[in-house]
Design a protein around this ligand. Structure first.
Ligand code: GLN
Length: 281
C-alpha cells in the first residue's frame, strides 16, 4: 500500500522533527518542501529506504550519522561515525576564541583534536587573515575535516594545514617566536571512562576516543595544558572546552602549567564550559 509523506511520518514512530529530517534526506528536498508537500505519495524504493533509516534511528543511531551531516555555525558539515557530531556547546568555544583573534590581525591558530574540522573551519570563516593548523590522531577524521574545508572554504581551505598528531606529539616545535601560536583551541575528550552518560543517547555511537578523557575525564585536558607553553607566543592564549564540573580543575591545571588570567566562560545553558589561560612567562 502506498503512503503519503504525512502518513509515513505518522507511522514512523519517530518524533516528527526527526522523521522530517529523514524525509528531506531521502527525497533530497528542503525541510520546508517536505512540510508543504506532505500529500506527495512515496514510491516503494523511497519508502524502503525510509523504513530502514527509521528502524536504525529507533535503535538509537544519531540522526546526524544517518543523514551524514550536521548543521553547525551556520554551515552544513559532513559527519561520519569517525567524528564527534558538532554540538551547540562548542559555539561558546568559538565565540570565546574569536575574542582573542582581532579582525584583520594576522596570527597562527592551532586546533587540537579537530574531528570534523568544525572549529578550525568556523574560525577560518570568521577571520580570513589567520593561518590555521588542525590536528587529529585519527586519519579518518582528518579526511572528513579536509573534505569539509574544501567544500565550505573552497580555495581558502589552503589556509588550514592538517596534521595527524596525538595532541602535540607530531606538531613541530616552534623554532622562534614567529612560529609560535597566538591561540590554541581544543574540544578534547573530557568524559570520565566510567560515566554512565556514555551508555545513553547519541554518544553510544560516537567515537570513544573523542569522548573519554581517561579515568578522571581530564587526562587529555592535562596533556594539552602541560605541553601548550612550548607552542604559545608570549601573550598567547589556550582555550579548552570541558565538562560542566571541570572549570575548577581546568583552571588549576592551567595555573600549575604557569598560565595566567585563567577564566571560565559559561555556555548558553549557563554551564561552565570553556576555560582559558594566557601564556605570560
Ligand atoms: N559535550 C559532549 C557530551 O557531553 C562531550 C564532548 C567531548 O568529550 N568533547 O556529549
Amino acid at each position: 500500500m502506498s503512503l503519503t509523506l504525512v502518513q509515513w511520518l505518522r507511522t514512523s514512530r519517530l518524533p516528527p522533527l526527526e522523521a522530517r529530517v529523514l524525509l528531506s534526506h531521502v527525497l533530497q528536498a528542503s525541510p520546508a518542501w517536505v512540510v508543504a508537500h506532505d500529500e506527495t505519495v512515496l514510491d516503494e524504493a523511497m519508502k524502503h529506504r525510509l523504513d530502514a533509516l527509521a528502524e536504525r534511528r529507533r535503535r538509537g543511531e544519531p540522526v546526524a550519522y544517518l543523514v551524514g551531516e550536521k548543521e553547525f555555525w551556520g554551515m552544513v558539515f559532513k559527519v561520519t561515525p569517525e567524528v564527534l557530531i558538532p554540538r551547540p556547546d562548542t559555539e561558546t568555544l568559538i565565540e570565546t576564541a574569536l575574542r582573542y583573534i582581532p579582525k584583520g590581525q594576522e596570527m597562527r591558530v592551532l586546533d587540537l583534536g579537530t574531528g570534523s574540522g568544525a572549529i578550525a573551519i568556523a574560525i577560518a570563516c570568521e577571520r580570513p587573515q589567520v593561518r590555521l593548523w588542525a590536528a587529529d590522531v585519527s586519519s579518518a577524521a582528518l579526511r572528513v575535516a579536509e573534505e569539509n574545508a574544501t567544500r565550505l572554504l573552497q580555495q581558502d581551505a589552503a589556509r588550514i594545514t592538517w596534521c595527524r598528531s596525538d595532541w602535540f606529539a607530531a606538531i613541530p616545535l616552534p623554532r622562534g617566536e614567529s612560529e609560535r601560536f597566538s591561540v590554541i583551541v581544543s574540544n578534547p575528550p573530557y568524559i570520565a571512562a566510567a560515566d554512565a552518560h556514555l551508555d545513553e543517547g547519541d554518544v553510544r555511537f560516537e567515537p570513544r576516543g573523542a569522548l573519554v578523557g581517561g579515568a578522571s575525564g581530564w587526562e587529555a585536558l592535562q596533556t594539552i595544558v602541560q605541553q601548550a607553553p612550548a607552542y604559545l607566543r608570549t601573550g598567547g592564549v589556550l582555550l579548552m572546552e570541558h565538562g560542566y564540573d571541570q572549570g575548577e580543575v581546568t583552571r588549576t591545571l592551567l595555573r600549575n602549567a604557569g598560565l595566567t588570567q585563567c577564566e571560565t566562560v559559561r555556555d548558553l545553558a549557563g554551564v561552565p564550559r570553556v576555560t582559558s589561560g594566557v601564556y605570560a612567562p
